[in-house]
Design a protein around this ligand. Structure first.
Ligand SMILES: Cc1cc2nc3c(=O)[nH]c(=O)nc-3n(C[C@H](O)[C@H](O)[C@H](O)COP(=O)(O)OP(=O)(O)OC[C@H]3O[C@@H](n4cnc5c(N)ncnc54)[C@H](O)[C@@H]3O)c2cc1C
Length: 236
C-alpha cells in the first residue's frame, strides 16, 4: 500500500553530509566522510540538513479520512496529488472497515449495508436522474479508500512520526505510519538506520508524555501545571 518512488534518494544520510560539507569546506567527494558528517549533523540536532532529503511515495488504499489528517502536516511545504472524485467511477468504491466493526457481526452488517446503499445511490443518481458524477460524489463517505502521490522532506516525516506513532493518534494513522516506516526500512540501509533511530513517538523524544490522556508508557508532563500555579501565585 506504500510505494517509495525512485526519486527518493537511497543514501539520505550521505546526502545530508554532502550538503553540510559545502558549508564547512569539507571533502564532499569522499562518500565515507559525507556519511559520517551527515550522521554527526542529525545526532547533534542540526536538523536543517534533513530538509535536503525528500521522500516521494504513493499512498494507496487508506481512507479519505486518514488522508485528511495527513494533510495537516504542513511544515516544509509538502506537496501531493489526490485521486479525483469527479472522474473516477465510484459506483463500486472500496472502503476501510475499522477492526472493532469488522469483528462485530451485527456492526459489520450495518456498516457494509450502508456502504452498499451509498454506492447504489451514487449509481442511480447518475443513471436514473441524470445527475453528473461530480454531484453524486457528494455522498461518498470518509471511509472510502483513496490514493495520493506525496512528496515531503524527511524532517516533516520525522515530526509526523512523533505525533502519529503516539497511542493517542487515530488507529488508521498509526497503521499508516507503521507501513511507511516498514517501506522506508526496506528501501536502503541508510533509511533503515534513520527509521530505527528517529521515527519514534514524542514521549521517546521528550522523555515524558505531553498528552492529557496518557497511555501510561511515559511519565506525564507536570511542568505546565507548575507554571500556571507559579503565575497565579505571582499575581496574588
Ligand atoms: C491526538 C491528536 C488529535 C488531533 N485532533 C485534531 C482535531 O481535532 N482537529 C484538527 O484540526 N487537528 C487535530 N490534530 C492535528 C494537529 O492539530 C496538527 O494539525 C497535526 O499534528 C500537524 O501539526 P504538527 O505541528 O504536528 O506538524 P507540522 O504542521 O508539519 O509542523 C511541524 C513543525 O513545523 C513548524 N511549523 C509548521 N508550520 C509552522 C508555521 N506556520 N509557523 C511556524 N512554525 C511552523 C513547527 O515547529 C511545528 O512543530 C490532532 C493530532 C493528534 C496527534
Amino acid at each position: 500500500m506504500i510505494t517509495i518512488l525512485k526519486e527518493t534518494p537511497k543514501d539520505p544520510i550521505t546526502l545530508m553530509g554532502r550538503r553540510a560539507g559545502v558549508c564547512w569546506g569539507g571533502d564532499i567527494d569522499n562518500e565515507e566522510k559525507n556519511y559520517k558528517r551527515g550522521l554527526d549533523c542529525i545526532r547533534s540536532g542540526h536538523h536543517r540538513v534533513l530538509e535536503y532529503v525528500n521522500v516521494e511515495m504513493i499512498i494507496d488504499g487508506y481512507s479519505a479520512r486518514v488522508i485528511r489528517e495527513w494533510y495537516t502536516h504542513i511544515g516544509g511545504a509538502p506537496t501531493r496529488l489526490q485521486a479525483s472524485t469527479r472522474y473516477i467511477n465510484y459506483k463500486d468504491f472500496s472502503y476501510t472497515t475499522p477492526p472493532l466493526v469488522a469483528k462485530n457481526e451485527e456492526a459489520e452488517k450495518i456498516y457494509r449495508q450502508t456502504m452498499d446503499t451509498i454506492a447504489q445511490a451514487c449509481s442511480r443518481l447518475e443513471s436514473e436522474c441524470g445527475i453528473p458524477r461530480e454531484d453524486a460524489a457528494m455522498l461518498l463517505p470518509l471511509g472510502m479508500t483513496t490514493r495520493i502521490v506525496d512528496k515531503r522532506n524527511v524532517r516533516n516525516l520525522i515530526e509526523m512520526s512523533h505525533q502519529r506513532l503516539c497511542t493517542r493518534a487515530y488507529w488508521e494513522y498509526r497503521r499508516l505510519m507503521g507501513d511507511i516506516c516498514q517501506a522506508l526500512r526496506a528501501y536502503s540501509e541508510e533509511w533503515n538506520y534513520l527509521v530505527e533511530h528517529y521515527f519514534v513517538p514524542k514521549c521517546e523524544v521528550t522523555g515524558y508524555c505531553t498528552e492529557k490522556k496518557s497511555c501510561g508508557k511515559a511519565k506525564v508532563f507536570a511542568a505546565s501545571a507548575d507554571i500556571l500555579n507559579k503565575q497565579s501565585a505571582m499575581r496574588e
